[in-house]
Design a protein around this ligand. Structure first.
Ligand code: ADP
Length: 632
């Protein structure tokens, strides 16, 4: 049963169109037949009765005339025998009574019971002579035989009529089925298939009636939908293609920008470690700061590209919130101090610090918010708090500053891309206007919400809430303090494979400064040859190289088996999308570093390498006795 609601009226439709037509026609036909039959039978009965009465009347006329002389002459025996022979000869006359005016019964001689039956016509007539009643005759005629004969005839005719009616209804139904029901069923099946994206369903013939108009309209509508869908698909494909082109462009550009940065930042840092005079040191510091600023802009743009492509993955893992906030504090404490600002971090005692969430993304959001707070605050301080929020397991993070504040009008804009409240061309504060939109997207990707409360000239509080369920303490990653091999390893033999000379030089210089023994190869083939002749603890492998790339080289090394096949390989590329990292892992790399080379990250990777070696190589299994590889 389907029911359609239209306004306040409710229509109930049951069964298919065909069934409903059949039901209606059958009902109408049966009612019509019953009505006709009823009317016919009652008319038949009254017409037979009428005819019988007329017939009896005229018979009585004749009889009265015939009996008058006999009664006048008192020939009652003749009257008797006439009536007797008439009654015997006429079977319809069930009762004949002749009474004298004084009430004496002249015929028959015995008492006669009243006539009973469904089809009786009683008639009584005074026989008059000279205005004087000389007798009264009563005759009751039974017209049942005539009636039954007529009814037999009626039943035959009615049977034929019913048959004709059934045939007529069947013909009409077949006609309606062909002209209305079947086309509508075809249309409804075509509409169903259309909703599933099938444009090929058969349609009814285009007739000149309303169904034809409906079919024509449907066909036109289907054509248009098909055309629009094709256009949309083409537009979507083009948009996808453009997005791919944009993403490729961004990847290439980030690679191209990171490559020279890879030359600038580490070299400037190396330069800072040499003996410099104060003005020179300041200049080099400016180079390092500018390099970092440029790198953060590239990171923002890459994040936005990833968000647009839906490639920004959220990876919840157990972590220690107090440690994350501790390192956040440590990271900004010096800058805050230099600017004469206080920086405090407070976790509400009711918050269980061991939680599950994406620590990296949380750190990214907090870095952005605290960085902004420091940027836009000239006096006072920044206060970061974490407290429980409802419903559980929501946590509320607030970054409150006593900075310039944001006006009511500007508050909704700050989370929009490239929106900077201070839009003067000669801006006091640097920035891309991408930080907060990235924070918003990250928080929303982690199923949270972010907002800002602020008073112009008094300060701002950026608040975000995230679901952070307490984690199983067993699942927590080990604290660094618990890692036995905390001290930095030294004396590792590291092969740097990179087609770029500057990169090779920088990596070698940094490795040497860390106390390791670097060797270099300018392509993968050379690296493979070298590795078969010399032993290396780790390989710093550029991913993108002309000829054999770093991924293929890694696969080949893994395929060599033995100690060589297990060499610790760290991928090294300027293209830092999640996909790139995943490809490196698939190829069999152990670690991944983004260009420009950050020394702390390289150190961490080498620490992992040393830990793995300490685990995998028991003291009894000595290293191959090869001399340290020469430096670059
Ligand atoms: P930007 O890179 O310009 O800082 P953001 O998206 O991080 O980009 O911030 C957008 C704008 O929001 C900033 O330019 C600034 O006008 C305003 N804003 C952000 N944080 C603060 C804050 N703590 N105090 C005052 N204004 C802020």
């Amino acid at each position: 049963m389907t029911s359609l609601r239209s306004g306040k009226r409710r229509f109930a439709l049951s069964g298919t169109l065909r069934e409903r037509f059949m039901l209606r026609f059958a009902t109408v036909a049966v009612l019509a037949v019953l009505l006709v039959a009823g009317a016919w039978v009652s008319e038949l009965r009254s017409s037979i009765e009428r005819t019988e009465r007329q017939k009896l009347e005229s018979e009585l006329d004749i009889l009265s005339e015939a009996l008058t002389p006999l009664i006048l002459q008192s020939h009652f025996s003749a009257v008797y025998s006439s009536l007797r022979s008439l009654q015997t000869g006429n079977r319809r006359w069930t009762r004949v009574v002749l009474n004298a005016p004084d009430g004496r019964q002249l015929y028959p001689l015995s008492a006669v019971p009243a006539a009973t039956g469904d089809h009786m016509v009683p008639i009584s007539r005074d026989i008059m002579f000279d205005g004087r009643r000389i007798a009264t005759i009563e005759i009751t005629s039974d017209y049942a035989p005539t009636y039954h004969a007529a009814m037999r005839q009626f039943r035959t005719i009615f049977g034929f009529m019913t048959l004709a009616c059934v045939v007529g209804v069947a013909f009409t139904l077949v006609g309606i089925d062909r002209v209305v029901v079947r086309p509508i069923m075809l249309l409804s099946s075509a509409a169903r298939r259309l909703s599933r994206g099938d444009y090929e369903a058969e349609l009814p013939r285009m007739t000149r009636d309303e169904i034809g108009t409906l079919t024509y309209g449907f066909a036109r509508m289907r054509e248009r939908i098909h055309l629009n869908e094709e256009r949309l698909i083409a537009a979507r494909d083009e948009a996808r293609h453009n997005a791919e082109v944009k993403s490729r462009f961004l990847a290439t550009m980030s690679h191209e920008i990171r490559t020279p940065l890879n030359g600038i930042i580490p070299i400037a840092q190396l330069l800072l470690e040499t003996d410099l005079e104060e003005p020179q040191r300041e200049l080099v510091n400016t180079i390092v700061d500018s390099g970092h600023a440029l790198r953060s802009v590239i990171d923002d743009i890459l994040d936005i590209a990833k968000l647009d492509e839906g490639k920004l993955a959220i990876r919840p893992r157990p972590f220690d919130l107090s440690r994350t906030l501790g390192s956040l504090h440590a990271m900004f404490a010096v800058t805050a101090d230099q600017r004469g600002l206080t920086l405090t971090v407070q976790i509400d005692p009711s918050v269980i610090p061991r939680v599950t969430g994406d620590e990296d993304r949380l750190r990214q959001v907090l870095l952005n918010l605290v960085g902004n707070a420091l940027k836009f605050t000239n006096s006072g301080g920044i206060h970061v708090t974490v407290e429980p929020a409802s419903p559980k397991p929501m946590l509320r993070f607030s970054v409150r500053d006593t900075g310039i504040g944001i006006s009511e009008d500007d508050r909704p804009k700050v989370f929009q891309r490239f929106e900077q409240v201070d839009n003067r061309s000669n801006r006091e504060f640097q920035g891309t206007g991408l930080g907060l939109p990235i924070c918003k997207a990250l928080v929303e990707a982690m199923e949270g919400a972010i907002w800002v409360e602020s008073d112009l000239g008094i300060g701002s509080t950026f608040v975000f809430e995230l679901p952070m369920p307490p984690s199983d303490p067993e699942a927590l990653p080990a604290r660094p303090a618990e890692i036995p091999n905390e001290t930095d390893p030294e004396g590792l033999r590291v092969l740097v494979v990179d087609d770029n000379k500057v990169n090779r030089k920088i990596a070698s210089a940094i490795l040497s400064r860390m106390g390791h023994f670097p060797a270099v190869s300018e392509d993968a083939e050379d690296a493979l040859d070298r590795m078969q002749m010399e032993f290396f603890d780790a390989v710093l492998m550029d991913v993108h190289m002309p000829g054999m790339d770093g991924l293929e080289a890694t696969r080949r090394i893994r395929g060599m088996g033995g100690t060589l096949g297990e060499t610790w390989i760290i991928g090294f590329t300027a293209s830092a999308f999640d996909d790139d990292v995943a490809r490196c892992r698939e190829a069999g790399m152990n670690g991944f570093l983004a260009k420009p080379l950050a020394r702390d990250k390289l150190r961490a990777e080498l620490r992992r390498c040393a830990r793995a070696m300490a685990r995998d190589l028991p003291p009894a299994s000595p290293r191959p006795d090869v001399p340290p590889a020469p430096g670059p």
